[in-house]
Design a protein around this ligand. Structure first.
Ligand code: 5GP
Ligand code: ZN
Length: 114
């Protein structure tokens, strides 16, 4: 855990955040500033700064995260569809430097994003 990382602290349970899913390797929780009726963040427990810093050892973890996204989309009743976003780096608009997958749904989403 990186002691100065917000999402490491959330993953460790430091803020008693409600988890929609928790496994040995990941947690999912609702975004504090939702951009859609369903806005969930799925993160690895291990500190990975961004998608640009993935290594070959993360292959299984990334599959686990995608399956968790699918499971949460089902739980949330997103039968009409949803979007998964991974903002990466300054140009990608990443504001928290701990890898996270946004799951957005519950309304019709526009494309392309800004
Ligand atoms: P990014 O901009 O890095 O792709 O996404 C970071 C997300 O984390 C934003 O959507 C923001 O609302 C969310 N966020 C920031 N701080 C907190 C927090 O303390 N708790 C929760 N649940 N979400 C947060
Ligand atoms: Zn972290």
């Amino acid at each position: 855990m990186h002691s100065d990382c917000l999402f490491c602290k959330i993953a460790s349970g430091a803020f008693s955040t409600e988890f929609l899913v928790e496994t040995e390797n990941l947690v999912a929780f609702r975004d504090i500033n939702p951009a859609a009726p369903t806005h969930v963040l799925v993160i690895p427990k291990r500190h990975i700064p961004s998608l640009a810093r993935l290594g070959p050892e993360d292959q299984h973890l990334m599959g686990e995260i995608m399956l968790a996204v699918k499971q949460i989309a089902e739980q949330e009743g997103l039968d009409e569809g949803f979007r998964v976003v991974v903002n990466t780096g300054p140009d990608g608009g990443q504001s928290v430097n701990h890898l996270h997958f946004h799951l957005l749904g519950g309304r019709s989403l526009q494309w392309p994003p800004g």
